[in-house]
Write a protein that binds this ligand. Structure first.
Ligand code: SF4
Ligand code: SF4
Ligand code: FES
Length: 244
């Protein structure tokens, strides 16, 4: 039998600071196969058209609909209401700039991170012969690179990271995953020292407390634990070499 759901939403509009943050409570009828994304649309359609939340793909691909669901960073479009109690609490992701209600601006945070970590293939200049065919990549390496490339920059790991709550410069699991991805890629010619300059510090791999909240909440189930451990080994080795 379909349940009546009570959905409590933390609401606040930074453009109207005179209205303090408050919890708005909505009651809706659960439908078969209902996701939180569908539930939020019901609320917007039947209760309050001013409710702000983001979505694009509705298929766990764009990373726009991330929010705190009962305190856990999750994608609204991938969360089935039947997996939750009938009383659901929603809030915006912390760390990111709040646009309003459940909508946060992950884009500028992620762009800053990508610029900082230079998240693109670094060729050596003499190799840039545009009329040459690209060398094929070993299929196993390509699989490994593809696995890490599945990150959708949803920000769930950022919101679930204790270190990031204390150190806003920490690159988070999303940043460490990016470095691991480029290190695996044979087309990227940066050496270990260059990677060390980027994340061989407290804002990078040595700041991570390895409590692995990131892996618990990653919306794409990326192997963050093993990649952070791998990077830490590589960076520790580079640090030792630098000392010699
Ligand atoms: S393991 Fe590291 S990156 Fe992941 S949540 Fe903990 S501190 Fe953050
Ligand atoms: S690593 Fe996972 S949780 Fe973090 S941004 Fe990428 S997909 Fe989202
Ligand atoms: S709407 Fe794209 S991931 Fe949820």
């Amino acid at each position: 039998m379909n349940r009546e759901l009570t959905i409590d939403i933390l609401r606040y509009d930074p453009n109207q600071p005179e209205i303090k943050p408050y919890i708005a409570s909505y009651k809706i009828q659960e439908q078969v196969g209902m996701t939180l994304f569908v539930a939020l649309n019901e609320i917007r359609k039947h209760h309050d058209s001013s409710l702000k939340f983001d979505f694009v793909c509705r298929a766990g691909i764009c990373g726009s609909c991330s929010m705190l669901v009962n305190g856990k960073p999750s994608l609204a479009c991938k969360t089935l209401t039947q997996k939750l109690d009938s009383h659901i609490r929603l809030a915006p992701l912390p760390v990111f700039e709040l646009i309003g209600d459940l909508s946060v601006f992950t884009g500028n945070w992620m762009r800053g991170l990508n610029e900082r970590l230079e998240s693109w293939i670094h060729h050596k200049e003499e190799e840039l012969e545009v009329d040459k065919l690209e060398k094929p990549m070993d299929p196993d390496v390509a699989d490994d690179v593809y696995e890490l490339d599945r990150c959708i920059e949803c920000g769930c790991c950022v919101a679930g990271c204790g270190t990031l709550q204390m150190n806003e410069n920490f690159v988070g699991a999303v940043g460490l995953n990016k470095i691991a991805r480029y290190q695996l890629d044979p087309r990227d010619k940066r050496d270990e020292k260059e990677y060390y300059e980027l994340v061989g510090n407290e804002d990078g791999v040595f700041g991570c407390m390895t409590l692995l909240g990131c892996e618990d909440v990653c919306s794409k189930n990326l192997p963050l634990q093993s990649k952070i451990a791998y990077l830490r080994r590589v960076m520790a080795k580079t640090a030792l070499k630098k000392k010699d």
